[in-house]
Design a protein around this ligand. Structure first.
Ligand SMILES: NC(=O)c1ccc[n+]([C@@H]2O[C@H](COP(=O)([O-])OP(=O)(O)OC[C@H]3O[C@@H](n4cnc5c(N)ncnc54)[C@H](O)[C@@H]3O)[C@@H](O)[C@H]2O)c1
Length: 255
């Protein structure tokens, strides 16, 4: 019970890494708020956690929409009176079902650039902007951001995504500096390739999957392996850790 009694908002908890984290956080005693824009996936996740005897509530949210975010935060405060953990996890990326073009800068239309930054960077900004005052008031809080190796390396071919994830890394550092005095910690995970619906199509391409498996551990990661990293950062076990940019990538970035 590493998160006993904590109120934890997880964005994008209907799929992949967010889903694995929601299940793990709930198992570890957190009251999990599933902030997800996909209604079916959010409801399913809520039911799964409740069926396992743990606590969760789904609140349909588009993290790129300010009024959605304020409504979410108000509802959570009404329900629980506090917010201990925010996992800014939701993002859009590489799947072919995504309507956004992942491409180098010259081939990226402005609309796609704006939409990708609007979710992957502005979403983390908006969620933090409305959750931080609650944490400041209670003089404690813990924010974990989900960036990507794209945020710290010159990974080509998805320049809007890469710029957004770089923004999340920079935002993590500055938030850690600005809000540490309120006993708020802010850390960031940079996953390597993780086997979720986001990269399911890319993994079908043997050249791409060979590249994803090129790290020392020779395989892609599992969503649960990100969830455990998030759990460590979200729990009191990491109480002296803030501003950390943590790759969880099977060593891909050190080769
Ligand atoms: N899978 C990877 O290889 C990989 C690698 C590095 C970083 N990441 C990052 O990890 C995070 C989680 O991705 P994943 O791999 O679990 O992908 P995923 O597609 O399985 O899950 C993303 C979830 O976010 C939700 N979402 C998207 N936009 C939203 C919005 N505007 N409002 C609310 N919910 C929204 C989706 O509905 C989905 O449930 C993302 O930020 C992604 O960029 C993924």
């Amino acid at each position: 019970m590493r998160l006993e009694g904590k109120v934890a908002i997880i964005t994008g908890a209907g799929s992949g890494q967010g889903k694995a984290s929601a299940k793990l956080f709930a198992k570890e005693g957190a009251k999990v708020v599933i902030a997800e824009w996909n209604e079916e996936a959010g409801k399913r996740m809520e039911q799964e956690i409740v069926d396992a005897g743990n606590e969760a509530v789904f609140i349909q949210t588009d993290i790129s929409d300010e009024s959605n975010v304020t409504l979410l935060v108000d509802q959570v405060v009404d329900m629980y009176g506090r917010i201990d953990i925010l996992f800014n996890n939701a993002g859009i990326g590489f799947s072919s079902s995504s309507k956004y073009k992942m491409a180098p800068l010259l081939e990226t239309p402005l609309k796609d650039w704006n939409d990708i930054l609007g979710i992957n960077l502005n979403g983390a900004y908006l969620m933090s902007k409305y959750v931080l005052p609650v944490m400041i008031k209670q003089k404690s809080g813990n924010i974990v951001n989900n960036s990507s190796l794209n945020g710290v390396l010159g990974v080509t071919g998805a320049d809007a995504y890469t710029a957004a994830k770089g923004g999340v890394v920079a935002l993590t550092r500055v938030m850690a500096v600005d809000y540490g005095k309120y006993n708020i910690r802010v850390n960031c995970i940079c996953p390597g390739a993780i086997d979720t619906p986001m990269i399911a199509d890319a993994l079908k391409n043997p050249e791409v999957s060979k590249n994803y498996e090129a790290g020392p551990l020779g395989r892609v990661g599992k969503p649960e392996e990100i969830a455990y990293a998030a759990l460590f950062l979200a729990s009191d076990e990491s109480s002296y850790v803030t501003g950390l940019i943590m790759p969880v990538d099977g060593g891909w970035s050190v080769v």
